[in-house]
Write a protein that binds this ligand. Structure first.
Ligand SMILES: Cc1cc2nc3c(=O)[nH]c(=O)nc-3n(C[C@H](O)[C@H](O)[C@H](O)COP(=O)(O)O)c2cc1C
Length: 386
């Protein structure tokens, strides 16, 4: 298995195993995707990535991280998403969307404003905080709002929100769905004993803490049908005192897979926002690959790895060594949306045949000319020398 071998999951075939990791762009008004999202996500597909996963998209407005998050809580959002999914599909890539609900981590500013909880100044600007929900009345960190403990009826309504969001994603033309079950957001907050202290059927034992995520998976699977791949992003370790460890997540992955999840996307952390007391996974190259490898070995499920995958040979070896079935790139793609195409060249395929013909037919000859000039010892600066 190599980076440019196809991956078939249910009825979808990813033309290669380079995926774009979901990345919030904080660029929506009332949840609507617009021209920015079409251009931003489209360029990755035109750049040769086999899978493009749109950012964490709120299934309910209360579950937005910031006031500017993308959403899919209303039918009115569908046409905008359809433009994204159509372009990604037409470019030969599989259009995916990450569905999310931020739970107790909602109502904060964009990262370039430090991701701080919204305050009076934001309210004066017309973007004030809203009441948050979570499994228990435990804030995400210092300065964060105390969420209201969701009632059992609210949990049931929330499961329906995920279902409806997934159904809208299908109507928009997405062919791959990921659930954001990591980073301290609502699904993760039910799973982790750090944030879930409930005493009813949704808290306490590991089984009970898993109940809401499993109900969401079942509802989403029902909405998307049997043919659509379903990925679930986990925090492989909480990285917080009293939190979940990798062994706990192996069992979670097993249960998720049995409930209809095809891919476990292995991220980490986020259950607490106070960086002074968390024990974050060190940010080295491929810093989640050990988690992905472990889960892949222990559970009969496909895995994706993400986190500082930056080099084509590295990405290819991750797959060849059995660390994952799929690599996801985030910031690397922002840096170079044509990363997949460049990776193919770097791995020795200079045919350009797989690339969009409008680019490939022009860039193939360019590549050959560059090679000929290099052989002749000519550089772009030759005419200025001697
Ligand atoms: C701008 C930005 C936005 C992000 N938004 C999301 C998101 O919506 N959902 C998610 O699961 N992870 C999100 N992440 C995490 C990325 O998907 C990815 O896991 C992380 O950046 C590590 O991969 P990288 O080293 O290739 O960037 C975001 C990261 C960045 C840089």
């Amino acid at each position: 298995m190599t980076l440019f071998s196809p991956l078939t999951v249910r009825d979808a075939t990813l033309p290669n195993r380079v995926g774009v990791s979901p990345m919030c762009m904080y660029s929506s008004t009332d949840g609507f995707p617009d021209d920015f999202h079409v251009a931003h996500l489209g360029r990755f597909a035109l750049g040769g990535a086999g899978l493009v996963i749109a950012e964490a998209t709120a299934v309910h407005p209360v579950g937005r991280i910031s006031p500017f998050d993308a959403g899919i809580w209303d039918d009115a959002h569908i046409p905008g998403w359809r433009r994204v999914a159509d372009l990604v599909s037409r470019a030969g890539s599989v259009p995916g969307i990450q569905l999310g609900h931020a739970g107790r981590r909602a109502a904060v500013r964009e990262p370039w404003r430090a991701g701080a909880p919204l305050d009076d100044a934001d309210a004066t600007a017309g973007f004030g905080a809203w009441p948050l929900v979570g499994p228990s009345e435990i804030p995400a960190g210092p300065g964060h709002q105390v969420p209201a403990e969701m009632t059992v009826a609210e949990i049931a309504r929330s499961v329906q929100d995920w279902h409806d969001g997934a159904a809208r994603a299908m109507r928009a033309g997405f062919r791959f769905v990921e659930l954001h079950g990591a980073h301290g957001y609502l699904l993760h907050s039910f799973l982790s004993p750090v944030s879930n202290r409930r005493t009813d059927a949704y808290g306490g034992s590991a089984e009970n803490r898993l109940r809401y995520p499993l109900e969401v998976v079942a509802a989403v699977r029902e909405a998307i049908g049997d043919g659509i791949p379903l990925s679930y992003r986990i925090s492989s370790v909480d990285g917080a005192e009293g939190g979940l460890e990798l062994d706990d997540l192996v069992e979670v992955a097993r249960r998720l897979a049995a409930a209809g999840v095809d891919i476990i996307d292995t991220s980490s952390g986020g259950i607490i926002t106070d960086r002074s007391s968390d024990t974050r996974v060190r940010r080295g190259f491929a810093f989640h690959a050990d988690f992905s490898r472990h889960i892949r070995r222990e559970v009969d499920v496909l895995t994706a790895t993400v986190g500082f995958v930056v080099d084509p040979v590295q990405a290819n070896l991750l797959l060849e060594h059995g660390d994952a079935d799929l690599v996801l790139l985030g910031r690397e793609m922002l840096d170079d949306p044509n990363w997949a195409h460049r990776a193919r060249l770097a791995l020795g395929d200079d045919s350009h045949a797989s690339w969009d013909v409008r680019f490939g037919s022009a860039l193939g000859p360019r590549h050959r000319t560059l090679g000929r000039l290099a052989e002749a010892g000519e550089t772009p600066l030759s005419r200025f020398e001697g």
